[in-house]
Design a protein around this ligand. Sequence first.
Ligand SMILES: *[C@@H]1O[C@H](CO)[C@@H](O)[C@H](O)[C@H]1NC(C)=O
Length: 320
Amino acid sequence: MAVTVVLFVIAYCSTFEVAAGDGTVSVKCPRVIHGTIGEETVIRCPVKAPSDVRLKDLNWKAPDSRVYILGHSSVDQGKGGRFEVGWDKDKMEVWLGMSNTQMADEGDYKCFVRTDSGYVGDDEGCGVNLKVTARYTVPTIWSVPQKNLEEDMTVTMYCMAEKGYPRGTIHWFDQYGTNWTSSAIMTVEQTTGRWFKLMSTFTVLRASSSSSFYRCKVIGGNGQEEGTAELSLMFREPAKSTQKWSNNSIAAIVVVTGSVSTGILLLLLLKRRRPRYDEVHEAVPEHGEENEKDDAEREMRDEMKENEGGTACMENATGM
Ligand SMILES: *[C@@H]1O[C@H](CO)[C@@H](O)[C@H](O)[C@H]1NC(C)=O
């Protein structure tokens, strides 16, 4: 009796092995599949088998070792009935669907397919690694101090995004597109439920109002850009101080400046005249000098007379 049982087991197992080994049935799952938290994820694995193949068993083993079996209703499939097992004969694929994908669903899923033409286990490619991602919240950006910045002031900017998975990163750019990421410091916090919270701190030692625009970008765990936030540093507005001057005071200034400049002009005129007056006084000739002056005048008059005669001679000369 014991012998027949053993023989039966060997026979049973060997028929499976032959069927699996002859290559009539094969399953090719993708190695990695990405699911998004809160959304539906379906793992699909194409099956290669004769077209008239009949599926006898299909089950999936989840990372938590639960087994989901074809033919059992979704409600029976555990975790609040989120899982469903299927076989699509037209597409020739086996699948495992899960609604409301959760972080805990991440890991290796193994399938087992038994048909009338052979069977395939996870050793033969019936397995998938599920990676779960969660999109980060739209980042928030702010500066300290927040406003009334002065030129050359040291300003620290912050950029924060949370509820993402897996770990992502934050990049910084200025208005010219210069990448400042390497000057920033990022801290990563893993909150309850395995979510990540990213916070990046970027300090500008000498802020300038001519380059006041900054942008931070959140790169999700899968390397995709997930969100951007922009900030224009708020400098103290110089326009406000000029507005303090009322029209009346401007008019008063004009009047005052006008009278001051008139005064200066008058002073300048007097100054120009006074030296002349002084010169005249200083130059009051002494007696001898006056005589010399008279002599000089007489000489000049004589010379002029001579010249008159001279020119006449010259005219005569040219007439010759
Ligand atoms: C910016 O710099 C960071 C690190 O320095 C780098 O990882 C990233 O790819 C850069 N981004 C761009 C758009 O150049």
